[in-house]
Design a protein around this ligand. Structure first.
Ligand code: UGA
Length: 437
């Protein structure tokens, strides 16, 4: 099928490559010049394991092409995926849907009556109905719009796209459902459930899923607050409760909390939308989810101050600044936020990350950059592990101990081998655990 993907950020670029891998003929539309040039050259403007190779492959096979705006070629597509970002509004909780509306209006100028427009962006419930109205007004015919939320995670994006847990489609008619079944045919043939819903429910599935995941993480981080003052161990607690299949072990890893371009802004956007709909109280708990999450970041600064006394001028090495491993995404990164908070209380902060220093660019010049762990650790009074890149697990505690001024480490993700670090003479503080020596 001839498909167009509009908006080639994280979601769109992954979706475009996935569609091409499924055998469709894909035209990607990206108005951002630097992103466009990179994609045309087979380079992604962000780091995602395996996606670069897959992009090069589909480019070589002629399955995908990129352009800055619609033209006669893209106007001949059968299906258009709207993958435009919906960031948090500046100074407010709500989602900024202006980019989605702008892209939809431009699209309305070129599409034919039998085209199907499919929204994949994460939007406040009710957005699709408004989009359909605005587009139909421009085209003069009833635009066939469906909603098909995406559940991919950064770090495993392509795999999640090609082998998702489920495909959710919200629509106003059977025709678009059948077309989408066809687009995803190879995935459905491998047994993936296809869930056909009304549009409002499909929009809600996405924000409800992310809200549930955020709630799970904040639940275990709330337990960590209790564990820290009662001598309990949150990691053991999570494992014990997780054996109950109704609870499950996933997304119960306590630590410095959730970040990224999705979970934080999605719960806030959901709160704002519920308020608009007059049911703000229903989502009051999500405010607490957000607060618990942010309190974990503050807790690290509190621990640093408790341990070091006055932190002014003291060197702290922050290991990992991306919001999660296998990604260079710095959006609302808990670890980067802790680094900035430590800087704000006067520490001298050095950051290390296997991938994300490039993405940091020249932002926050007060943060010193270390290209290797050893240089960063030299004379450090404290190390804070904020992102659990696998390479941090192979740090040799004894040799690192020879470089630092003070063998003190805070494990913000509960990944280090406590016994090994302690045996090498380190004082290790693990969030939510009373393992301190
Ligand atoms: C999240 C959802 O998991 C995806 O299903 C969704 O498609 C995506 O948002 C989106 O809306 O586009 P992502 O933001 O890539 O995916 O990352 P997650 O794996 O959900 O992790 C989010 C944050 O939670 C990270 O900072 C991670 O370190 C943290 N986390 C995760 C924990 O603190 N504890 C856990 O147990 C799990």
């Amino acid at each position: 099928m001839k498909i167009s993907v509009i908006g080639l950020g994280y979601l769109g670029a992954t979706h475009a490559v996935a569609m091409a891998k499924l055998g469709h003929e894909v035209i990607g539309i990206e108005p951002d010049t630097s992103r466009l040039i990179a994609l045309q050259a087979g380079t992604l403007p962000f780091y995602e394991p395996g996606l670069d190779e897959a992009l090069k492959e589909v480019l070589q096979d002629g399955k995908i092409s990129f352009q800055s705006a619609h033209d006669a070629k893209s106007a001949a597509c059968e299906m258009y995926f709207l993958c435009v970002g919906t960031p948090q509004l500046t100074g407010a909780n709500g989602a900024d849907t202006s980019y989605v509306f702008a892209a939809a209006r431009e699209l309305a100028l070129v599409i034919s009556e039998d085209a199907i427009v499919v929204g994949k962006s994460t939007v406040p419930v009710g957005t699709a109905l408004r989009l359909k109205g605005e587009m139909s007004e421009i085209t003069g015919f009833d635009v066939n719009l469906a909603w098909n939320p995406e559940f991919l995670r950064e770090g495993t994006a392509l795999e999640d796209s090609l082998r998702p847990d489920r495909i959710v489609v919200g629509s106003w008619n059977d025709h678009s459902v059948e077309k989408l079944r066809n687009v995803y045919k190879p995935i459905l043939e491998s047994g993936t459930p296809f869930i056909s819903l009304d549009v409002a429910t499909a929009e809600l599935v996405k924000v409800a899923s992310n809200s549930f995941l955020a709630t799970k993480i904040s639940f275990i981080n709330a337990m960590a607050e209790v564990a820290e003052v009662s001598g309990a161990d949150t990691v053991a607690l999570a494992e014990a409760i997780g054996y109950d299949e109704r609870i499950g072990k996933k997304f119960l890893r306590n630590g410095v909390g959730f970040g990224g371009g999705c979970l934080p802004k999605d719960i806030r956007g959901f709160i704002a939308r519920a308020e608009e709909l007059g049911v703000g109280r229903a989502l009051d708990f999500l405010r607490h989810v957000d607060q618990v999450n942010l309190r974990r970041r503050e807790r690290v600064v509190e621990l640093a101050t408790q341990e070091l006394g006055d932190v002014t001028g003291k060197k702290v090495l922050v290991l990992g600044i991306s919001f999660k491993p296998d990604s260079d995404d710095l959006r609302d990164s808990p670890s980067l936020d802790v680094a900035l908070r430590l800087l704000a209380v006067g520490a001298r902060v050095v950051v290390h990350d296997p991938m994300a220093l490039g993405a940091l660019g020249d932002r926050h010049p007060e943060l010193e950059r270390a290209n290797d762990i050893e240089t960063g650790a030299k004379d450090a009074e404290l190390i804070f592990l904020g992102t659990e890149w696998s390479e941090y697990n192979s740090i040799e505690p004894a040799s690192l101990g020879n470089l630092v001024a003070n063998k003190l480490i805070i494990d913000g993700r509960n990944v280090l081998d406590v016994a090994a670090w302690q045996a090498a003479g380190w004082r290790l503080i693990a969030l939510g655990r009373n393992v301190h020596n």
